[in-house]
Ligand binder design. Structure first.
Ligand code: GLN
Length: 310
């Protein structure tokens, strides 16, 4: 029959953690943001949260880390909620096949970034939020806190400052897009907001909770409101599936088979719509800027549980 088999997620999680923690930890910590280089490479945590509220954590699952580009899903979702489908006039939904900080396609694409999960696209989304909010940094944090019913979510001023001090390429990107007229505000203000949202700190436990709005169709915020309609939820998950890992998005899809999003802090969030949200954190990155152990763990997790949206 097609009846679903019962899976002992907790057992699978714990066994895989022990196996992968015992294997070689390849890759390198992101050092281009000086503050991120201080993080201990040995950190390794996982948090599984089901739509039925079953929560299993292992390793450093309650330690906060820099979520970096994972924040791009939150900024997109919040902007999508505010502006609706108008946002697609200013940012596309195509995988770029390029690194996260790529500039090259912007020239032929007349300043329209390929998707909201590369730096260029995220900056255009940030620009919309900067125009909309009275106090962008404070107001965005309020919206994120409502998603996970927690006031314990903060920016790391040290990380934001550290990135701003060396963020020449991001500054170039933002100014370049502005030259095409696709940034409304002063680049300095947009960049300050962008560096801050990248510098949000959360644990695996908090991230799994924050991302539940993309997994659970019945999710409501701490204020009791819905974040995105089912159709919009589908679309955000679809962009994660096709663009969540830069020029390794195909590889993640191939190996893991779930929508997800990575950040250079070493975190990866993956969504199984209607079932669960899982977050892995391990700071060492592969050459594409995605967590080495994060990819490995999630590949083993969906393989072992024999479940996939495909
Ligand atoms: N703040 C980082 C940057 O702009 C985010 C990159 C990432 O996590 N892939 O370089």
């Amino acid at each position: 029959s097609l009846e679903e088999k019962t899976i002992d997620y907790k057992q699978v999680l714990e066994n895989l953690y022990i196996t992968i923690a015992s294997e070689e930890n390849k890759g390198a910590i992101a050092t281009y943001i000086p503050e991120l280089a201080k993080v201990d490479a040995k950190n390794f945590g996982v948090c599984f949260l089901s739509t039925k509220n079953e929560e299993y954590g292992v390793g450093n699952w309650q330690t906060k880390f820099s979520i970096q580009s994972i924040s791009k899903v939150l900024s997109l979702s919040i902007a999508y909620q505010i502006f609706g489908d108008k946002i697609w006039d200013r940012v596309d939904v195509e995988p770029s096949g390029t690194p996260f900080n790529s500039l090259v396609q912007l020239e032929s694409d007349a300043g329209i970034p390929r998707n909201p999960f590369m730096n260029s696209g995220a900056m255009v989304i940030c620009d919309m939020l900067v125009s909309y909010y009275e106090n962008p940094k404070e107001d965005f944090l309020v919206a994120v806190r409502e998603l996970c019913s927690s006031s314990e979510i903060r920016y790391s001023e040290a990380v934001a400052k550290s990135e701003a001090s060396v963020g020449y390429r991001n500054k170039a990107l933002c100014n370049f897009i502005k030259s095409f007229g696709n940034i409304e505000n002063e680049p300095e203000e947009v960049l300050d907001f962008y560096f801050h949202i990248c510098a949000i700190e959360m644990s695996c436990q908090e991230l799994s909770k924050v991302f539940m709005f993309l997994a659970n169709p019945n999710f409501t915020t701490s204020k009791g409101s819905k974040v995105l309609s089912l159709s919009k939820t589908k679309r955000v998950n679809a962009i994660m599936q096709t663009c969540g890992f830069y020029d390794e998005s195909g590889e993640f899809s191939f190996r893991v088979g779930l929508p997800g999003k990575s950040g250079v802090g070493g975190g990866i969030v993956a969504i199984y719509p209607d079932k669960y949200c899982i977050t892995v954190w391990s700071p060492k990155l592969n050459e594409k800027g995605n967590s080495y152990r994060g990819m490995k763990f999630l590949e083993a997790f969906t393989t072992e549980t024999e479940q996939s949206i495909f």
